[in-house]
Design a protein around this ligand. Sequence first.
Ligand code: PLP
Length: 387
Amino acid sequence: MGDNKKNSSAEKFATKLIHFGGEIDPSTGAASVPLYQASTFHHFSLADPPRYDYTRSGNPTRQALEDYIAFLEGGVEGFAFASGMAAISTAFLLLSSGDHVIVTEDVYGGTYRLLTTILNRLNIESTFVDMTDLEKVVAAKKPNTKAVFMETPSNPTLKITDIKAVTAWAEANGLITMLDNTFMTPYLQRPIELGVDIVLHSATKFLSGHSDLLAGLAVARTEDLAQRLKHLQNSLGNVLGVQDSWLLMRGIKTLKARMDQAEKSARRLADWLSKHPSVVKVYYPGLPNHPRREIHEQQSLGYGAVVSFDVGSGQAARRLLQKAKIPLVAVSLGAVESILSYPALMSHAAMPREVRMERGISDGLLRFSVGLEDIEDIIKDLEQALQ
Ligand SMILES: *Cc1c(COP(=O)(O)O)cnc(C)c1O
């Protein structure tokens, strides 16, 4: 893993976040990774090519970020991309024409769009299944199935997939497993430890944490997959820029502090919403009645900071969106400010209505990403907006 020799994997996560190998610049002692704002690198000797030669293939600032995420996820190598979708589409291009992939049914809308409008044209087939039922995953396998793509908790109804059960089955059948870990982050869930081959992130969300940059990350469990991802990243050229690599590292350092605070508030909010008469249903893995909560607890260290809830109708949802004052009304999540989004019109607008309804993404469903505001203020605001 890069030059990251001083770190010990026995350290606690909070310490790893701060002492990840890039916290002191070895040449000057500077307290952050230098910004190597260069596209190309001088060959001092033709006999001995430089470690970095061109920024698409590698850049020391981006490399520090890539080592950082590999270290946090416990993989062999990390890769930084221009967006979460750039990371996800690159991972899918490990597949070839004629291959088939099994995908979590209520997958992120952009992943659904990629699979159903672009990869299908390249003859990469996908089947969407309810992964809360392993039997359905097993039944979806075809002779040409090559991979399984998970997202747990899923978006936006927070359905739980048993990661170990799927990876054990996939490994026995020679399938590559991929998991979108955006909602949990490596602080709360480390899929590689559960056998997942490739972990993916929209680092635009909790990892960067401030709604100020777009980025994607991938981490490979094995050298072979790392080499193949490296080849794709360099060939496709969808890399993360130097400035954004630096900014993302800055954000990741406070991941635990932000997550701890936001999750504490999210638990309180989910509890409050579940007792509110205008709320029909609340989805949050920390609620006692959340389906498969015990599986989530076995594979994760927390419940995260995203709470979805159904106010019964599209009309009620629109009214709440107009009346709420504290949250940003927007797509996206995982930021210092609370973000209230309306999946039917925002993140899942790309999904046909009947498919959306089938997946529980009703017209009254809202998704609240809890930020760092005082939770009592958030509750007061929602109380008036729900009236
Ligand atoms: C936002 C998001 C993505 C896409 O990431 P971008 O950075 O917007 O490209 C993928 N998966 C999940 C779960 C997301 O929330």
